[in-house]
Design a protein around this ligand. Structure first.
Ligand code: UDP
Ligand code: MG
Length: 315
């Protein structure tokens, strides 16, 4: 059976790029259809993530112009991860395979062919992995690399240099639906799901037009979210630190006792001050970390919907 492929594209203020993106993706779909790799009703699904510009109007007119274009309009900006999820969950009802990619053409569209080849040879998940960061600014390159290294250090299993350019089969998406968490970090969840998976490598381009919608502030909160959603290593680090500080306090205690018996006065003071600092520091950081996790439990128990679709354009 020839698979139906959906390309899910989150768009946040992307009016400058969407026409060109559509042109290139339609061309890709055409080639794949001609080669019999994907079914005739394969299409592009744009997810408008509460853009403030004319993105949704543009998606609507692209929908009118091309049979292969569909659109979802989220009721407000919910962030990249939620926009992707909205698209994936919608697409999985009609598709056999779904590829998520950025609107700005940074993910090389030719890689879609390679992904489909891997899909045909039996893989359920195909990760798009960039093989260099030549096109990134010095700042982005270094922060991104630090991000992946730090995530690994913190015990989060993510694919190095893989963002959200990936193919997933319908059954993977059916599983993904069961991950009900509010703090969504797809890069962390997808490897947890399992199924046969592989990587394809590609050269990442410069943003075609417009500017990045991921300022440092968003990147930092993304990283913190990734770590605290997936790893309890921070707690373990604190525990270790606690042990070390306790040992130091014991040493200090012995030292001050020794000073006392040796007749060097003012002995009580040093031990007291040491205990106060050690306990205070330990308690404060432990409370902070526990608080972080309690905060997460709080959000999870609320089970807020991650997205809310306002309009649907589909045939
Ligand atoms: N995006 C989104 N919602 C947001 C921010 C970004 O849907 O709140 C989309 C954006 O339109 C693009 C993709 O996420 O298709 C990646 O964003 P961007 O290219 O700005 O990030 P960068 O490539 O700089 O990391
Ligand atoms: Mg980009």
């Amino acid at each position: 059976m020839i698979p139906v492929l959906y390309l899910v594209i989150p768009c946040y203020n992307e009016e400058e790029v969407l026409r060109e993106t559509t042109r290139q993706l339609l061309e890709r779909l055409k080639v794949l259809k001609e080669n019999g790799k994907i079914a005739e009703d394969s299409r592009i699904l744009y997810v408008n993530d509460g853009s403030g510009d004319k993105t949704w109007e543009l998606i609507s007119s692209l929908y009118e112009e091309h049979d292969e274009v569909s659109g979802l309009n989220l009721s407000r900006n919910r962030g990249h991860q939620n926009a992707v999820l909205a698209g994936l969950m919608y697409a999985k009802e009609c598709a056999d395979a779904v590829i998520s990619l950025d609107a700005d053409l940074q993910d090389d569209v030719k890689t879609i062919d390679k992904m489909m080849e891997e899909y045909h040879s039996g893989f359920d998940i195909v990760y798009g992995v960039r093989n260099s960061r030549k096109t990134d600014s010095f700042f982005k390159k270094n922060t991104a690399q630090a991000f992946y290294k730090f995530m690994r250090m913190m015990g989060v299993d993510i694919i190095y240099n893989h963002a959200d350019f990936r193919l997933m089969s319908k059954r993977v998406l059916d599983e993904l639906e069961h991950y009900k968490e509010v703090n969504l970090f797809l890069r962390g969840i997808v490897p947890l799901i399992g199924f046969p998976s592989t990587c394809v490598y590609y050269e990442r381009h410069e943003r075609f037009a417009g500017e990045s919608k991921y300022p440092l502030r968003k990147m930092l909160s993304f990283a913190v979210n990734g770590i605290t959603s997936f790893s309890t290593k921070p707690i373990r680090l604190i525990t270790t630190l606690g042990f070390v500080i306790c040992l130091v306090s014991v040493v200090m205690l012995i030292y001050s006792l020794a000073s006392y018996f040796a007749g060097r006065a003012e002995s009580g003071w040093s031990s007291l001050i040491v205990s106060i600092w050690a306990l205070g520091g330990l308690q404060l950081s432990a409370i902070g970390i526990i608080g972080e996790y309690i905060g997460k439990m709080y959000l999870e128990t609320k089970e807020r919907p991650k997205f809310c679709i306002q309009d649907i354009l589909d045939r």
